[in-house]
Ligand binder design. Sequence first.
Ligand SMILES: [Zn+2]
Ligand SMILES: [Zn+2]
Length: 373
Amino acid sequence: MVNAAVISVNLYILFIVASQWLLIYQPLEIGSGQIGYLYLIFYHFLVFMLYYSYWQAIVTPPGNPPNNWLPEGKTIEDLNVLVEQYSNPFNSLPSKSTTIVVDDIQSDSNGGSTSNNTDDHNSIGSSGNRAINNVNNNNNSKSLKTRFCTQCKIFKPPRSHHCKKCKKCVLKQDHHCPWIDNCTGFKNQKFFLLFLFYVVILGALTIMSLVIGGFYILNFNLKVTTNEDSSQGPKFVKFNTKTIDSSDDQIPFMVPGAIVTVLFILNLSSAIPVVLGVLGLLFYQIDFLLSNYTSIERFERKSLSKYSKKNGLKFHWRYDRGVRQNFREVFGESRLYWLIPVGIPKSDGTYWKTMTVEEMQILYDKDNKDSMV
Ligand SMILES: [Zn+2]
Ligand SMILES: [Zn+2]
């Protein structure tokens, strides 16, 4: 649960916050003015939320399928047969994969066996039927077939995958993240997303504060030096609205100037790439969230989309229930808790509501109508 990566993330956040005090807040007396004081409260509230989200992402198990979960049409006896077979190493077939597909009798939807479709491409009706066929194809796809994990010796519910690092099957697995030393999945997806969100917000504020504060300090010190002999020095308005005369000393730091310089360089040169990197990851994760797919499902979704496009079919990802529903499925119904890393999904993560053929047909008809207007 706590490894070197987790410790280094914690220490890095601490380093950035402590640097803010040494470089900006204390020397510029930010807390002595009302606006500055409020800013400090806001900044440290964000720090708290960042740590809280991070902690929740680490300690919340992503969710594992129950041992006795049964897919439709399977009985506990079917499960026992497989468990017995894979408990005995002499009986089980050697395989690198942790998953075997049971009853693999249907053709793979990605295989393109129905791709030689000679229907009239201009006919809405026939295209509509093909759209429905496509949904059916989607529902036959590999991850919806009956799967059995040879390591956990359980039937795998849809969207769950075996994690070799966690040594368990994980519900709605997205990926195993070394920075949280945990899988992101069904139960901690919201916490992981909030962690990324607070890193970006706090990182952006930190960079802004370093650039503006740094520029102010540099400018002040330069002017003080330039006007040393002048009888009337420049006046500077501080954040606490007091004025400083050039006769004052330069802005006082708690640490020597060389350390201030090194800290500025270290903070800026590390915070900018970290924020940009996490921002990129956050964009990906937001797309996963709003379109309801995971990084593992990305390839299947892409290949189904390509297949549909190639054959003039309407593509719709089977778990995509619209942006609003997709978002609420992970972040919950209550807006009050959207930005707070609490709460886990109410369902058990083994059943996933997908679009029915009828819903798909309505959507298809609507899209066609819209495109004809
Ligand atoms: Zn497993
Ligand atoms: Zn894992």
